[in-house]
Write a protein that binds this ligand. Sequence first.
Ligand code: DX5
Ligand code: ZN
Length: 229
Amino acid sequence: MMAHPGIKFAPSILAADFARLGDEVQAAEAAGADRIHVDVMDGHFVPNLSMGPAIAQAVKRACKLPIETHLMVTNADRFIEPFAKAGSDTLIVHVESDFHLDRTLREIRSLGCKVGVCINPATPVWTLEEVIPLVDLILVMTVNPGFGGQKYLQSTEGKIRSLRRLVDQRGGGIEIEVDGGIDHLTAPRAAVAGADVMVAGTSVFGAPGGAANGLRRLIDSVAGISPSA
Ligand code: DX5
Ligand code: ZN
């Protein structure tokens, strides 16, 4: 079964086997991934450390897919340029971490990257009001960021629905992505609520049988669901 053409998949390498990163990314690419999600954590904005621009660059070289970099860091503006230079096609920054969000988003655009903005589970949709005209993608965290393998928070679905209405009223053109606890059971829920891009770490790279099996199961789970319905 094919997924609805409107739904895209962004496997998160946070759950990949780093010793085999190139193979992992290529397996996801061959199984139908649309882009690769790179999770950057600084030990301040979130209580964990993950990866820097060298990893984004290695992933970029290992596959032909676009790279989206999710910056879970304070002072995100300092990291925009290094990750753009490393080959990120999209840069996603958190509303909560940036005093000068407007400036950061414009800078991302000026570097030739797609512009993404992200909200944590406790952050309301209205915080995006002023920046919606500046973005290509809105990422709704469906867990509290910092770790892979956490439980999907159904309480975030109201925000996904509100954003879907908002984006559709504007005539579309902005992707609504979800991140955290996405698997074959929760992806259909998020898609029905209005998400059209699914980030998934554990359910892809941690799947029995490997990334290709995990991603296929995820793709099948949302077959026939239209995120704009
Ligand atoms: C969480 C990260 C996610 C993470 C998702 O802080 O932003 O992208 O990799 O992992 P899973 O799919 O395992 O919840
Ligand atoms: Zn992420």
